[in-house]
Design a protein around this ligand. Sequence first.
Ligand code: ATP
Ligand code: MG
Length: 334
Amino acid sequence: MTATEILLIVAIVLQSVATVIAILLINQTKFNVLWICCIIGFSLLTVERVCQLLAYDGVDVPRTTFIWLGIFISLCFSIGVLFANVLIRYIDRINLNRRLLENRLMTAVLRAEERSRADFSRELHDGLGPLLSSAKMSLSALSAQDEAYDRKELIDNTTYVIDEAIRSLREISNNLSPHVLNNFGLARGIQNFIDKSCTVHSTKIVFKTNLSAERFDSNIETILYRVVCELINNSLKHSGCTRISVSLSLSGDELRLHFEDDGRGFSPHDMLGCGMGLSNINSRIASLNGSFDIESRPGEGMRADICVNIDSAIVHSLPRRRDKIKQKRENGED
Ligand SMILES: Nc1ncnc2c1ncn2[C@@H]1O[C@H](COP(=O)(O)OP(=O)(O)OP(=O)(O)O)[C@@H](O)[C@H]1O
Ligand SMILES: [Mg+2]
């Protein structure tokens, strides 16, 4: 057997295997025309190789057989390539659907988390708060009646401890579900967090915004609020900065957040896996279909830019509401 015969046999075997694999995958391509044409083209190529092998061994294969096989092979591959864009669109659609599904899952998880935080916060505030307040009132009444100095001091100390418990309960409840954010919106919520941070840190924090009392989807407000808190906490905790500036602006449908500190800086890509903070910001902003860019180098502070389209974020976070609106419009109820 010559080398040419061996190579022809190898080509026939490989093309047959490729054809079988392509046939097995046909279901997954939803019977795409490009795929079917490739299968037919491959099968005809195998037939052509067989004819070449026979001709090589002296069998008289008519020349027209090769001509027709060549024409059909060219046709199959050309038609297949013409339909390639259908396959590409199909793959794009699958990728888009997967991204949407991931975003919806993330949104659902975040919403569930926020809801349970809010429930817990309410339980603490409304359940434990009044009990502590009434204990404090009883002690105050006791203190007013009792003349003994020792007992009075004891009662005053206990009242002080209860006061502290009430204060820390309010703080825990507020951290779990910030009431300024819930009641007055994003700008006031962020300002409130900054004011509280300034009371315990010497770093200057400047906040600028063109928002006043505008309200957005609660998911957008909560996520952006928590992102700002994490960025500020990171700067205060890791950067040793003297100044932080936060700016939040709404222009058209886009909500933009710019954050800067003048601290020691870091390499964001090396640090992504170090803690939960930065990767949480990434996934939370992705769930709103927004963008998060962070720029920092050792010794040069850090800058972060976040942009969320309030319309598309709502579309992604509230598919049901969007569907209902669409349905109403179709029914002419608008
Ligand atoms: N503003 C900053 N300046 C300097 N380094 C920073 C800054 N922000 C983050 N880093 C660095 O990036 C790392 C990762 O930050 P990330 O918020 O993900 O985690 P963490 O703050 O360490 O922990 P966690 O947020 O989970 O409590 C930090 O440990 C810190 O080294
Ligand atoms: Mg952090």
